[in-house]
Design a protein around this ligand. Structure first.
Ligand SMILES: Nc1ncnc2c1ncn2[C@@H]1O[C@H](COP(=O)(O)OP(=O)(O)OP(=O)(O)O)[C@@H](O)[C@H]1O
Length: 231
């Protein structure tokens, strides 16, 4: 169970975004996906969620092929995309009910998730009226509505103020208790706070895949290790 990636390759025209990437993630692991801008992180996450088609290689989600069973595998994954695209003109609750209808879920689940992510005071506002931190909560709420076993979070605290960063981080920690998580971030403190393992991509290839302490190795900090391995 979990996620298995074998020899995943993706090109955009001449641009090689992923080059024979392979790894596996066990059920319940929280993995930090790191890499400089353009390393291929979003391409990898979009491939796992079937938002784009890789050129070659295989992705198995709970032993089921994403290519062969796109609907079944997508149901098992919650995805918070980079820049968190939302319907800004919708009210918070209306939007979550809309997502709920797509998944064919019970009404009570929306109330449950609104409470879980701390959106109760804002639930009757339109999404464009919310602060960035609360918009991220809406994004997280939609990603966990169907109670997926796997969560893929692409820079979930990007652009938030320090207080909101800590709030969203606490929320992710709470949610991560019974889930398998891939978390992409440029904030090393976030990786230390939430993840047990690091996968580092550079120019479309994996340059490190280790438990955090091992990754740090002889370096003083995660930042130093990151810099040394992505020069
Ligand atoms: N739709 C696209 N068309 C052409 N090239 C693309 C497209 N999407 C990504 N790329 C290229 O593929 C490479 C990997 O991009 P990707 O967005 O996966 O990286 P990333 O690690 O998520 O970067 P960032 O940290 O900046 O979000 C980059 O060179 C990027 O310019």
């Amino acid at each position: 169970m979990g996620i298995i990636i074998k020899d995943l390759t993706k090109k955009y025209g001449d641009q090689l975004a992923l080059n024979k990437v392979s790894f596996s993630i066990d059920q319940g692991e929280v993995v930090g996906l790191l890499g400089p801008n353009g390393a291929g992180k979003s391409t990898l996450m979009k491939s796992i969620t079937n938002a784009i088609n890789p050129d070659s290689g295989e992705i198995l989600v709970n032993n089921s092929s994403v290519r062969e069973n796109p609907i079944e595998t997508k149901k098992q994954i919650g995805f918070l995309q980079e820049n968190n695209p939302l319907y800004m003109e919708m009210f918070v609750k209306e939007y979550l009910q809309f997502v709920m209808n797509i998944h064919g879920l019970k009404k009570e689940r929306v109330e449950e998730v609104i409470k879980m992510v701390g959106l109760t005071p804002e639930r009757h506002k339109k999404i464009h009226q919310l602060s960035k931190g609360y918009k991220q909560r809406v994004g997280l709420a939609q990603s966990i509505l169907s109670n997926p076993e796997i969560l893929i979070l692409d820079e979930p605290t990007n652009g938030l103020d320090p207080n909101q960063i800590l709030e969203i981080r606490d929320l992710i920690r709470e949610i991560s208790k019974d889930k398998t998580i891939i978390l992409s971030t440029h904030i090393m403190q976030e990786v230390e706070a939430l993840c047990s393992r690091v996968i580092l991509l550079n120019k479309g290839e994996i340059v490190a895949d280790q438990p955090i302490e091992e990754f740090k190795g002889q370096y003083k900090s995660l930042e130093e290790a990151f810099q040394a391995l992505t020069k």
